[in-house]
Design a protein around this ligand. Structure first.
Ligand SMILES: NC(=O)c1cnc(OC2CCCC2)nc1N
Length: 324
């Protein structure tokens, strides 16, 4: 087969298997088989560097550290959430929503991943820029570190002219433990929690270091989109899944605030058993047109709240005091 056809075939096959492994957690081939195909692509791209494309899996880990991070302006503000800490406050939120848009409100409840928010821009279906939330208007360009996250598709299944999505970057509980063991054996500062480890890793200037930290991400919002129109948030999450993203795990559509409260308690009960840290549950009005009616304050939407769980009692990380 000609080299250009083989390179195209390998790129598609490798991206397919990467999606099965990192997004669906349902690998179809062994790591050994994947690595053999990957090495074949690397060799062919060495022969024909003119055929390398930005969505090739070989382009995920850059080889030169950055001097610093460029500031970027978010075209759409990355809002923050107002917190509620009790059932009474949750009911007050529901009353305000129903006063504004009537009683047939549907909510979506998602786990609140305890990581850091980023936005990803795709132009003509290709990942072109990723940035931290920053203050919601100005963030930092961390594109090359985000490319190391294998569950971020470098090319979408649909070629939309423009798509900007938002997600939460996190490090799993088990990778957090591994990283701190590595930090300790390297005589480096330990990270206090997975959120700090994710933030520190995303702000690594050297993408090879970021790549070792095994960052991951859940996508939960469309910031901007051209070429598709959606009615509800649950449709949005399903659409994002079709495009190849890893979306909020186990989100639930609830018909009223009592069902929301039950879901909040169910998530709270399973918190210790899931592989990543959550610090709450996010409650969002499902209808996008209802959201328009409710609007937002300067920084937070009136159509969503974060219910925060009491901080878990956890063993603190003992920082070693070196006694000479
Ligand atoms: N940490 C999370 O898991 C999370 C954070 N934020 C949001 O919603 C944004 C989108 C519009 C206002 C807040 N959803 C989430 N699941």
């Amino acid at each position: 087969m000609e080299i250009d056809k083989r390179i195209l075939e390998l790129r598609e096959v490798l991206n397919y298997h990467s999606h099965k492994y990192y997004v669906e957690d349902a690998p179809e081939i062994s790591d050994f088989e994947y690595d053999a195909l990957y090495r074949e692509l690397e060799k062919l791209e060495e022969e024909r560097p003119d055929l390398i494309t930005p969505d090739s899996p070989t382009q995920r880990v850059g080889d030169k550290p950055l001097e610093g991070f460029k500031k970027v302006l978010h075209a759409v503000q990355m809002q923050s959430l107002s917190d509620v800490f009790s059932r009474e406050e949750l009911l007050a939120f529901d009353r305000r929503v129903r006063e504004a848009i009537g009683d047939n409100t549907e909510y979506v409840v998602e786990k609140k991943i305890d990581g850091l928010s980023v936005s990803l821009i795709y132009e003509n279906g290709v990942f072109t820029r990723g940035a931290t939330r920053g203050d919601g208007l100005v963030g930092e360009d961390v594109t090359q570190n985000l490319k190391t996250i294998k569950s971020i598709p470098l090319k979408l299944k649909k070629q939309l002219p423009l798509l900007e999505v938002r997600g939460e970057v996190f490090i799993s509980k088990k990778d957090f433990i591994r990283i701190n063991e590595e930090q300790e054996s390297a005589g480096q500062q330990l990270f206090a929690n997975p959120r700090n480890a994710a933030a520190g890793s995303l702000r690594q200037l050297d993408p090879k270091v970021a790549n070792l930290r095994k960052l991951d991400i859940f996508i939960f919002n469309i910031q901007r989109i051209e070429g598709e129109s959606l009615e509800t948030h649950s449709d949005t999450l399903d659409f994002l899944k079709e495009l190849g993203f890893k979306v909020s795990p186990g989100y639930k559509v609830c018909q009223d605030i009592n069902a929301v409260w039950d879901e909040i308690n169910r998530i709270g009960d399973e918190r210790g058993d899931i592989g990543f840290e959550i610090d709450g549950a996010v409650v969002k009005v499902n209808s996008l047109s209802h959201r328009e009616v409710l609007g937002s304050t300067i920084k937070t939407p009136r159509w969503a709240v974060a219910y925060k769980y009491p901080a878990e009692v956890k063993e603190t990380v003992v920082t070693k005091i070196w006694v000479n």
